[in-house]
Design a protein around this ligand. Structure first.
Ligand code: PA5
Length: 484
């Protein structure tokens, strides 16, 4: 059983729905709740309103991520904002040697997805020509790690030296500082360390682009710095939380720096949004996914979701999804103030790698998981396994098969084995690994947690739990400084 969209994107739920799995009767018991959830999504699209959602300052806040796929005048993504992104592309292309994307959480994870899927592991090892004139890309700010930051600085200095010796000009390095709140310690500490080191380095020429809350009245620290220093700015608009920000300037500045097709990415999200407006659950991927996973938890105790794409460059999609799920659905109280301790714990896995480690637990451990596969149907430049050792039967037997085909046989075998032992699993299929299909997938997942928030009656758009440690950490740091 599967739901297939016109684009070829599909959701195969054969191993999640039916006898011994989530049943028709179980889904039926949520009929009214699903209708209400669907109605709430309509209101969210039209008015940006989500019942009982408050910002971290306790103020009513709009939820606007569903507007992002629609590039229109007066929208958060508009022809003007896309033109502004094009300016960044034009500026970095054949000009900037390296971009360091600094951010954490929602200001990092989406950018890493776009980089991994579009550029891959060897982007920085390619020549300028092979990269089409686009800069090398580095990430920082996603930890406060002195070892890695020190290594990065040494590496960037060498890159600057190379520019002086081979291009006869200073190495041009752009620091893309991304922080909605504008003052996140992890991001800003790395920024200051790197900014200071490179500014003092005579072979490097640095510039800064800031991506932050655009509010002019109540400027973030980063916005104020940008104004004082004359740095260009891009926006993380009000109503777009970090985990949804891949569809706004946060993700799109990364896309602009590597020449990824922004319009195609947003078109994929837009077509998915249209599919998710269908009030027939069997035609609406986000509603169906949310309902099945919610029922799997409530009726069968499957409170862990293993996100397991097949393909190395999709691992960061799992990491992005961890934040989306954990921050959206891991809630102690429901929207009526009752203690519910809701949430399905998300886990990162990648096939085939984790079939040689986690799969033992998925196959035989506690019956508490849904394994969610992601499959790419057709790989660009697939490789055929050659018959280089014809006398070695085991190796000759796998020759003539492409690596993409072998990958899918491995995934299918894993799915069959799990199913044979009452282990729930499902699969999203992308016809190809393109910006369009990536946009479809990520948007569907974002919309799905919004549906599930409605079903569980929790606020899927706040994250009060991450404030707890921050309240402790601030004074601790101050005490540390005072004691020096
Ligand atoms: O989802 C969230 O809100 C968080 O994970 C943030 O993205 C993260 O803390 C970074 O915040 P900021 O962009 O304000 O630096």
């Amino acid at each position: 059983m599967s739901l297939t969209l016109k684009s070829g994107f599909s959701f195969d739920y054969d191993n999640l729905y039916g006898e011994g799995k989530v049943t028709e009767a179980e889904l039926k018991s949520y009929e009214e709740d699903l209708k209400k959830a669907h109605e709430a999504m309509k209101v969210m699209r039209e008015k940006g309103f989500i019942k009982a959602h408050l910002s971290k300052d306790g103020e009513p806040e709009k939820v606007l991520f569903s507007q992002l796929p629609y590039v229109e005048e007066g929208h958060l993504n508009s022809p003007k904002s896309l033109a502004h992104l094009k300016e960044l592309t034009d500026h970095v292309k054949n000009n900037v040697d390296a971009v360091v994307s600094l951010g954490i959480g929602g200001s990092y994870l989406g950018n890493k997805v776009l980089f991994d899927v579009y550029c891959g592991d060897f982007w920085n090892a390619m020549s300028d020509e092979e990269r089409g004139g686009f800069p090398k890309i580095y990430f920082s700010g996603q930890n406060i790690d002195p070892r890695r930051t020190g290594d990065l600085i040494r590496h960037l200095k060498k890159l600057a030296d190379f520019s002086v010796s081979h291009k006869k000009r200073k190495g041009k390095i752009l620091l893309l500082v991304i922080s909605k709140s504008g003052g996140t310690l992890d991001t800003m500490s790395n920024f200051m360390v790197i900014y200071d080191a490179l500014q003092k380095y005579e072979n490097a020429e640095i510039e800064v682009v800031a991506v932050t809350d655009p509010n002019e009245e109540k400027k973030t620290l980063l916005k104020q710095l940008a104004a004082d220093k004359g740095w260009p700015t891009y926006a993380v608009p009000d109503g777009v939380g970090g985990r949804f920000s891949i569809f706004c300037d946060v993700g799109l500045t990364m896309a602009a720096c590597v020449g990824m097709d922004i319009q195609a990415f947003l078109d994929g999200a837009k077509d998915m949004d249209k599919a998710c407006q269908n009030d027939d659950i069997w035609q609406n991927p986000a509603m169906l996914n949310a309902a099945l996973k919610f029922a799997a938890l409530k009726k069968h105790g499957r409170n862990i979701e293993v996100m397991m794409p097949y393909g190395d460059y999709l691992k960061s999609v799992s990491e992005w999804y961890i934040q989306l799920m954990a921050e959206s659905l891991g809630k102690q109280e429901d929207r009526d103030g009752r203690k519910v301790y809701y949430g399905r714990t998300p886990l990162v896995a990648v096939g085939t790698t984790d079939m040689h480690s986690q799969t033992q637990q998925h196959q035989e451990g506690t019956l508490d998981k849904v394994v969610q596969f992601i499959k790419v149907a057709k790989w660009e430049n697939d490789l055929t396994i050659p018959n280089v050792f014809p006398d070695v039967k085991k190796l000759a037997d796998i020759s003539g098969v492409t690596m993409g085909e072998a990958l899918e046989v491995a995934r299918q075998s894993n799915a069959d084995a799990l199913q044979s032992n009452h282990r729930f699993n499902a699969c999203f299929t992308l016809p190809e690994l393109t910006p369009y299909h990536l946009g479809e997938l990520l948007y569907m997942l974002a919309m799905s947690v919004a549906y599930e928030g409605e079903l569980a009656n929790v606020d899927a758009f706040n994250q009060p739990g991450v404030e707890a440690y921050k309240r402790i950490m601030g004074p601790k740091l101050q005490a540390l400084k005072a004691g020096k």
